[in-house]
Write a protein that binds this ligand. Sequence first.
Ligand code: FAD
Length: 480
Amino acid sequence: MSDTVIVWFRRDLRLDDNPALEAALRSGARILPVYIHAPDEETPWAPGAASRWWLHHSLEALDAALRACGARLWIGQGESLALLRRLAETSGARAIHWNRLYDPATRERDTAIKQQLRAAGLDCTSHKGALLFEPWEAATGSGGPYKVFSAFWRHCTPRLAELPDPIAAPVRIPGVELDGGDTIADLDLLPRIRWDQGLAEAWTPGEHGARTTAERFLAGHLDGYGELRDHPDRPATSRLSPHLHFGEIGPHRLLALTRAALRAALPLGEHAFVRELGWREFAYHLLYHFPQTPEHPLDTRFADYPWREPSDSELLERWQQGRTGIPLVDAGMRELWHTGWMHNRVRMVAASFLTKNLRLPWQLGARWFWDTLVDADLASNTLGWQWTAGCGADAAPYFRVFNPVRQGERFDPNGDYVRRWCPELARLPDKVLQQPWTATSTTLARAGVGLGVNYPPPIVDLAQSRREALAGWEGIKSSP
Ligand code: FAD
């Protein structure tokens, strides 16, 4: 009988371009593909409700793909180390392969697991499957981490050409089947109260969905991406973020597909879409080097910022529910609730409104996004919130406060986005759509809008709250 090797799937739920799987196959052994559900080991950032929904469907897709190749996914729940040990004993496996993850709790766990399994005589190898560049591969002239995106990406861009080609998906996997596992349903990932219909309409989790989404985007939207990517009223971005987060498409495959689709003469790293993939790399670079940042501001002066009392939960709830009275913010928050995703421009506007106009701590917003986004990703979410709040690396200067009315007029000029998600405002003329409180009572009545009846008046005064936010900044900016 030939040897057995375990492939431990985590957030690399794909067969294509999967270095851990490829290494296991190359060894000539039979493969035991394993997924272990251990949310306690990811505390305090165990997957939120929308991510669990995605995970359920993505695991189903992975299992189906494995079966089509001759293997089956063994699923368990509990302590990862104990389960891997038991599986190695039962199957007689001599080696384990996995692709690396970078969030602090998982890194710590994986390091401990590697040490213990090696001590028990198992050959454990981790691989680079989630990123183009390892977070430690890029260093400034003085050997430290980058804190500014442009410098980071200038370092990475020439190295894009040196990256290895993506690995083709195997056609056959000589699988090992073991009894005693759980089913995907046993993991209890789906919501008990079925609020997930909007998610099911919007997404196709799994490797096939990821590849189709990528190919459709690259064929139809790559050319206009740089110009239109800021427009939430247009389907101009790839919507690949949840697929990338769960590793349903590898970054090397995506880069290779992009390179093939590009007709422009620009160096690859300068194309707007590839730069966004660079922001993802930068987010991981920061999380790796500053593992405290999911909870604490990188700019420590912000520890003393005079946030509004978080106990003022009504403001937070109104923001979460999309009932702030600011149409672009409300449209975004409702898109998030309904589909598990929000356009990047609107994420910035909604986050700025929470942290600057409502002056609520960014950590509260990051938590809500964590629970409701299908692409909730510790690196990118932390970067996005700290960037917008002005307390992160490469942050927008604190005094740059997004004006949600101007943002709406500029990036949703015909109001299609606001009208879609705030249908009670749909009949307002464009001129007042982004600020209904400025409309005359006749205009409101004609459009069927009653402020305080079917749509709220603004929960804060935009100009005054901006001044208060800036005054708070004045108070901390010269702290050491
Ligand atoms: P595209 O425009 O098609 O970009 C392609 C890919 O590049 C994305 O899928 C994503 O992987 C990456 N990317 C694009 N923009 C960024 C960025 N600013 N930072 C990091 N990576 C980026 N992204 C997440 O994946 N998960 C999150 O939890 C998350 N939280 C955010 C919170 C806030 C407050 C903000 C302002 C941004 C956040 N982002 C997050 C970044 C960005 O909004 C999303 O990656 C993007 O909207 C996903 O849509 P897309 O796939 O169509 O992007």
